[in-house]
Design a protein around this ligand. Structure first.
Ligand code: URA
Length: 237
């Protein structure tokens, strides 16, 4: 691949910045100053250093974000801030997108990646990937409501699959679903003549939102976490 593509894929520098750094002798390939930005590099073997920093090539990037309320799960939107606005410049160059959607007023765990194939699998109904939401309802939730959630709720256009339910209070629940229809959790509570007043995703695809990841912060997935996701999406590498 071209050297400037390598560096822009890794979020290190734009093509223009790479050209400038190459002219200044600040880009080394295997310890030798690069001759031009379109020089070919083998990302599996060559060592590339930019301004003294060695850059490892990673084909895909996987980040977990603790989404705050008020941000849209989109890559761009004329109507307001998107979750990508929470990332620094170097990540914004990597063509990341949110894997799945949380409503503007929903917070919590959101995966950002540029791995379209894995994302597609994680969201496909075929793979039954679990998502857990902590919710607060406006009115008390009865034991009968819980039984309905556990057996399937009739939303008019479809009946939800049985959900996992853990009661955490009179008006609070942790609800685990394997589907991801638009506004699904809110609609499930509305079907029970109740209303969700606070919604946070606390787990997705075997990953749980870490307590030490502040609202609005993100971090790359660890290798173990990546493997957990790959297993959920049935992929071995
Ligand atoms: N269900 C909803 O209603 N909203 C979300 O953001 C996620 C799941």
């Amino acid at each position: 691949m071209r050297l400037d593509k390598f560096l822009s894929d890794m979020g290190v520098a734009s093509r223009k910045e790479t050209a400038k750094a190459v002219r200044a002798g600040l880009v080394l390939v295997n310890g030798i100053p690069a001759k031009s930005p379109d020089q070919k590099v083998d990302e599996t073997k060559d060592t590339v250093a930019f301004c003294g920093r060695e850059i490892a090539y990673q084909k895909f990037v996987y980040l977990m974000l603790n989404k705050p309320e008020g941000y849209l799960s989109a890559t761009e939107d004329g109507r307001g801030a998107t979750v990508l606005d929470l990332l620094p410049e170097e990540y914004r160059r990597m063509e990341l997108f949110p894997c799945g959607r949380l409503d503007k007023n929903t917070k919590g765990l959101l995966l950002l990646t540029n791995d379209g194939d894995l994302c597609h699998r994680l969201l496909s109904p075929k793979y039954h990937v679990e998502k857990t939401y902590a919710l607060t309802a406006k009115f008390p939730i009865s034991d009968e409501d819980i039984q309905t959630l556990e057996s399937g709720v009739d939303l008019g256009d479809f009946v939800t699959k049985p959900a996992g339910v853990k009661r955490t209070g009179e008006k609070t629940l942790e609800l685990t679903i394997t589907e991801g229809k638009f506004h699904q959790v809110k609609r499930m509570l509305e079907a029970l003549h109740n209303q969700v007043i606070d919604l946070e995703r606390i787990a997705f695809g075997g990953l749980t939102l870490p307590k030490n990841l502040a609202r609005g912060d993100f971090r790359p997935l660890t290798e173990t976490e990546q493997n957990t996701l790959f297993a959920k999406g049935n992929r071995t590498t």
